[in-house]
Design a binder for this molecule. Structure first.
Ligand code: TIU
Length: 222
C-alpha cells in the first residue's frame, strides 16, 4: 500500500494494482481557442496551466503500471445521444453539433473532440466517450473497472466543478475511494475550483481526498 500523508483531509492509502488514473476531458474543445469552452464565453488559457503536471501524472502512472483511462465529452455525429436540454442550455455562439474552427462542436471524430497532443493516449490506453458530464453515465466505465477489480481512482482533468466533480461523485456513490490531484485539475472559474476542492474533502472526505502531485509522487517513489 502507498500512503499519501499530505493528502487532505487526512492521509490517503491505496494499492496501485487496484487503482486507475482517470484523466477527464483534456480535449481541444475545452483547452484550445475556437472550441466548446470558448463558445460558452470562457477564457480557455486558464486550463492550459495544468498540462505539464497532468503529463507528469500520466507518466508516473504509466511507469508504475497503473492503468490510465482517458475520457472525452462528445456526442455521436447524428446527435442521437444529445438531449434537447443540453443542446439548448445557455446562449453560446455555437451550440453542440454546430461547425466551428475545430469542426463540429463536441462531436466524436472531429478535431475539437480529440485529446490535446501533449496528453495523447497510447494505443493500449482506454478512451471512454461520454455524452454527459459524469464518466459513468451511459458509458462502459463501471463494467471496465469492475472487470479489472479496480477499487481506487485518481482523478485529473477539466473542469474541476463540472465533469471532474460529477465523475468523482458518481464514483464515490459506486464505492470507489477517490483522490483528486489538485494541480492536475482546473476550472474556468478559480473560485469554483477552490470551492470544489473544499466540498470534496469536507465532512471527513465526504466525496474523497485531494493532494498535490508532488505529494503523490513523493509517497509513491519514496
Ligand atoms: N463548461 C464546463 O466547465 N465544463 C464542461 O462543459 N465539461 C467538462 O467539464 N468536461
Amino acid at each position: 500500500m502507498i500512503k499519501v500523508d499530505a493528502a487532505r483531509p487526512f492521509p490517503f492509502a491505496f494499492d496501485p494494482a487496484k487503482t486507475a488514473l482517470i484523466v477527464i476531458d483534456m480535449q481541444r474543445d475545452f483547452v484550445e481557442p475556437g472550441g466548446f469552452g470558448e463558445t460558452l464565453g470562457n477564457d480557455v488559457k486558464r486550463l492550459q496551466a495544468i498540462v505539464p503536471t497532468t503529463a507528469a501524472l500520466i507518466d508516473l502512472c504509466r511507469n508504475k503500471g497503473t492503468e490510465v483511462i482517458h475520457t472525452r465529452e462528445c456526442h455521436r455525429p447524428d446527435l442521437s445521444d444529445l438531449p434537447r436540454a443540453k443542446r439548448d442550455r445557455g446562449n453560446p455562439e455555437l451550440r453542440i453539433g454546430d461547425t466551428g474552427p475545430m469542426g463540429r462542436i463536441l462531436v466524436a471524430g472531429e478535431v475539437g473532440a480529440e485529446i490535446i497532443p501533449a496528453l495523447a493516449p497510447t494505443d493500449t490506453e482506454r478512451v471512454i466517450d461520454k455524452p454527459g458530464k459524469g464518466a459513468f453515465y451511459a458509458t462502459p466505465l463501471a463494467d471496465h473497472l469492475s472487470q479489472r477489480q479496480i477499487t481506487t481512482l485518481v482523478l485529473a482533468g477539466v473542469t474541476t466543478e463540472v465533469c471532474v466533480q460529477t465523475t468523482m461523485r458518481e464514483a464515490n456513490d459506486r464505492g470507489f475511494d477517490c483522490l483528486l490531484i489538485e494541480d492536475a485539475t482546473e476550472s474556468y472559474f478559480p473560485a469554483f475550483k477552490t470551492a470544489t476542492l473544499d466540498m470534496i474533502r469536507a465532512q471527513g472526505a465526504i466525496v474523497g481526498w485531494t493532494a498535490r502531485f508532488a505529494d503523490l509522487k513523493a509517497a509513491w517513489c519514496g
